[in-house]
Design a binder for this molecule. Structure first.
Ligand code: SIN
Length: 324
């Protein structure tokens, strides 16, 4: 039977990160500079690349070159544009994006929400710089290329240390170890080992209803995107941060609530006042796993999204509403 999803072309987009990082010494895994090597250089280092590609054509493009701690909306907009461009080409079967680990989960959710791609968009990263004598980037990139060629693959996912995570559930949970990501209670989408993919659940191709179109996000100047910030409810919290943000003119606030969605009474009072000033308030638990259950609150929660992803969803929803 002919596999109609057989990939003709895979486009690899580089954005920087540790996967493209270098240090002065090959044994230095922490004192390096992220985002130094171009994406073609990263591909050249993939072991057995031709076997992995199995005839598919590879193209690459350097979209950005940064440490992902510095990821910004302008780079997201550019990346969304370039993804939309390539995904619209009939001969492109999949995209692979190299990215830093620190904010990959946010970029993954942004792209999933904005593009809602039916083709696979596989994001990949590394915990050790490319200059390391034990670099994990080349194998991770190979795994990502394998996943991108899977007939079942669809939508945005993150591949790291042989594990495939959905854009929705992936979170960085460890600052150093190679397997630094978790999908929490949802568990990973699958695993990739020795070029074989084992799916554990279906990849997410279905739209995620932000009502946002790629066209709108790419044409609206980033300084017109609604400002949405995350505030943390914690022991000893005060209303100062919320008040300052309202004063600064934020359009939305996501409170990273404690436990099952509880908010310090001082922060709660400030958020209620913020709402009176027209600020959209949402809540999300700061717990790393699980989501808020059966808890009433003046603020809707964001369907189990982490505070960082809830910020993105609220920003996109407000932009869609604004019709900008
Ligand atoms: C970054 O996020 O760009 C640096 C850290 C990493 O990739 O692990």
């Amino acid at each position: 039977m002919v596999d109609t999803k057989k990939i003709q072309k895979v486009v690899v987009l580089g954005t920087g990160g540790t996967i493209a990082g270098t240090a002065a010494s090959a044994s230095d895994h922490t004192g390096y500079t992220a985002g130094q090597l171009g994406v073609q250089h990263l591909l050249d280092a993939v072991p057995g690349l031709n076997n992995t590609l199995q005839g598919a054509v590879l193209a690459c493009e350097q979209v950005a070159q940064l440490d992902s701690k510095d990821m910004d909306h302008a780079t997201w907009q550019l990346l969304a544009r370039r993804c939309a461009h390539w995904l619209a080409q009939a001969d492109v079967g999949a995209l692979v994006i190299t990215h830093g680990t620190d904010t990959i989960e946010e970029t993954a959710w942004f792209l999933q929400s904005v593009l809602q791609p039916s083709k696979p968009v596989v994001m990949v990263c590394a915990m050790r710089p490319a200059s390391s004598n034990e670099a994990d980037g080349p194998q991770n990139l190979r795994d990502a290329l394998v996943v991108s060629a899977q007939p079942l693959a669809a939508g945005v996912c993150v591949v790291c240390a042989g594990v495939i995570h959905s854009a929705r559930h992936v979170q960085k949970v460890h600052p150093y170890r190679l397997d630094a990501f978790s999908s929490g209670d949802a568990g990973p989408l699958g695993r990739v080992q020795a070029d074989q993919v084992q799916w554990l659940s279906a990849p997410q191709a279905a739209p995620v209803s932000t009502g946002m179109l790629a066209e709108q996000i790419t044409r609206t100047a980033v300084n017109q995107w609604p400002v949405v910030e995350v505030v943390l409810s914690h022991a000893g919290a005060s209303r100062r941060v919320v008040d300052a943000l309202v004063q600064a003119g934020v359009a939305g606030l996501v409170v990273a609530a404690s436990g099952n969605g509880t908010v310090h009474h001082e922060v709660q009072a400030a958020l209620l006042d913020a709402q009176q000033h027209g600020v959209q308030v949402r809540r999300s638990t700061r717990c790393q796993e699980g989501s808020i259950v059966g808890n009433s609150s003046p603020w809707p929660d964001m369907d189990g999204l982490s505070p960082l992803k809830a910020r993105i969803s609220l920003m996109l929803a407000l932009l869609a509403e604004s019709g900008a």
